[in-house]
Design a protein around this ligand. Structure first.
Ligand SMILES: [Zn+2]
Length: 230
């Protein structure tokens, strides 16, 4: 998507020599191992991104199955988590979040909440999350005279808000700010880059969303302990 290529047509091909990839060379992880990480035609290395994304996606299927078994939650969260992989991967590599990868998820998240009888929770999560990031974007533009948050971050947070609902969207944003700050400081210190270097926020928002879904009970217990709500 970032380089303007269709994800449907033509089918997969080697980016180096353009050789079309046969179905048996396209089996997640297995083919990468059998090909020893090299194109069967030109022998140039295949990017490690492919097996990593395949492994992560497989793990998500497994974790969601173990946690929710096969049912409505499994399929909706599968869509949610797979969207987060696509969004985070593109954001990490290209510092960009495409509207088409986040906006449909807002509606799917709302449908999920509607089916669960939690539409109000989803709507408040959506508008609170999206609204908060939009506010940071507007204030950042006024204060720093540059884009501190993209519109994509607004849509992504709205999508996560629709799925996790309110008040869990707050936990998501807190997790994102915390992990983002730690990684940002480590990145600046280790690469000796200036504070101006852009750090994508999408992957950290995604981590926050995943944590809230997978550790829902622990999050509720922690907040109950703190007496914040419930
Ligand atoms: Zn090749």
């Amino acid at each position: 998507m970032p380089i303007g290529r269709s994800i449907v047509k033509p089918g997969s091909f080697c980016p180096q020599c353009k050789k079309p990839i046969k179905w048996y060379e396209n089996i997640p992880i297995v083919s990468f191992l059998l090909l020893k990480g090299k194109c069967s035609e030109c022998k140039k290395p295949i990017s490690i991104h492919y097996p990593l994304v395949e492994l992560l996606t497989g793990l998500i299927f497994l974790v969601l199955f173990l946690k929710f078994d096969i049912g409505m939650e499994f399929f909706f969260y599968l869509f949610f988590f797979c969207s987060l992989i696509v969004i985070s991967g593109i954001d990490l590599l290209h510092q960009e979040i495409f509207d088409i990868t986040a906006i449909p998820g807002i509606f799917i998240g709302l449908i999920f909440q509607l089916l669960n009888g939690n539409i109000k929770v989803g709507l408040i999560g959506l508008f609170f999350g999206g609204g908060l990031i939009l506010l940071i974007r507007v204030i950042g533009k006024l204060v720093y005279k540059k884009e501190v948050m993209g519109l994509g971050d607004v849509y992504l947070t709205a999508m996560i808000g629709a799925f996790v609902g309110f008040p869990f969207i707050l936990v998501t944003i807190f997790c994102a700010a915390l992990t983002g700050s730690i990684m940002g400081i480590l990145y600046i210190v280790s690469t000796k880059q200036g504070r101006e270097s852009p750090i994508p926020f999408g992957p950290f928002l995604s981590i926050g969303g995943v944590v809230v879904i997978l550790f829902h009970n622990q999050v509720v217990e922690t907040f109950a302990l703190l007496g914040v709500f419930l």
